[in-house]
Design a protein around this ligand. Sequence first.
Ligand SMILES: *Cc1c(COP(=O)(O)O)cnc(C)c1O
Length: 495
Amino acid sequence: MKYISTRNAAHAVTGSEAILMGISPEGGLFVPESFPQLSLSDIESMGEMTYAERSATVMSRYLDEFSFEELLEIANRAYSRFDDEDTCPLTKIDEGMYVLELWHGPTYAFKDLALTVLPQLISACRTKRGEKDKTLVLVATSGDTGKAALEGFKDVPGTEIMVFYPDEGVAYMQKLQMITTGGDNTYVAGIKGNFDDAQTAVKSIFTDDSVRASLREAGYVMSSANSINWGRLLPQIAYYFSSYVDLLTSGEITLGDKINFVVPTGNFGDILAGYYAMRMGLPVGKLVCASNINNVLTDFFNSGEYDATREFHKTISPSMDILISSNLERLIFELCDRDDKALSAMMASLKKDGKYTVPLSLVRSKLGMFAAGYADEDETMETIYNTFDEYGYVVDPHTAVAVAVYNDYYMTSGDTAPSVILSTASPYKFAQDVYEAVGESQESDPFKAVKKLHFLSGMEVPEGIDKLETLEKRFTDVLPRDKIKQKVLARVKGE
Ligand SMILES: *Cc1c(COP(=O)(O)O)cnc(C)c1O
């Protein structure tokens, strides 16, 4: 299996090259040359497997430089760090409505599903390719990727990791999780600006030839732990198959039935993995793209216009506060029938004017499996309250956006297919807002909010959240965004 760049389809690389490079030198994203197929009987046979085995089954279809056993060892090591034996348990909360909990990993957000795997893939790819240089991992984060990547790469030999987060754009617990990280190969800084500013600055470092050259000289190559990296996206495809198989084995559906997935979306990595699962043969009805009031994707699916030139809103679901959704590029590549020239022109227009347009008829005919909606802040808070009130189930604000959009979709479409809502974070990561919604009173101390939420819901508090209160704050830098490059160069030179 080869991988091609969305902006230069003639540039084909192997899976290990795609993972080590992260992004193609001309700025395109690597996509598989074709989608391997899993038949219904392949899917059925996953019923007997553990989550790690299901994951290795999916990954092995894409990474032919690895044996199934190698990938299984990686998946076993990754998912043994999860605090639930099902890795990502599926809970039925109403007739035809299921919640897939993707936050039982070390940092309590869905990013752990991929970021417990990626560092191991990078190490294994380095070995396979005889790479002598160290790998420098650069990350722009809207909150959850940063900590998950730090935990994944901490003290992994041959790697250094630098994480940049928008100083005023992440939740209290998210920031605290990052700046208290241990490890000698880690660095964290806030940047002045929002997530898009951080992501754009980091992406520009990747395509800067002079930086590449300086790094080579210092004995480093760059890679990315953002969802632009194929090694980040790939492990995410597995949980779409796994939740389908769980519905099958519990008798909720029969083999071949189509199901919907409702996905709280920011950078479009999570939901894209669902689209790829569908292209591999998973019976999917709709992929419902749920946004907060930064609803650029809702508008795109409903009008064909992608317009990032709009006011940026800071919300209580910060990991979705994104106006430039990087991974949409991979979907647009499919929409244009893999025409790299057409795609490059659209991305150039996005860079220059902040927008591009696709005929709505094309969106409807090619991307008809997508539905899209959004929830504003009040609806999100109300949904947290209602979900607890009706089902006794606590959701975090990101998941609440998805529940709200699902409710709207269900009411307006009349589509009664079984629907899996992807739950992307533990409510305790956003304890103040969640407590305010369910307890109907404010608590200004985040750790008191955790205790009160626990008292009210009886839901177990993750150990790593409890511990945060007493850990040393190691990283205090806040940089203007034009200083990121300097910081990166200084780090590799050991300054
Ligand atoms: C990252 C994140 C999202 C958005 O996922 P994308 O892959 O960026 O679309 C949603 N919820 C939470 C809690 C996240 O951390």
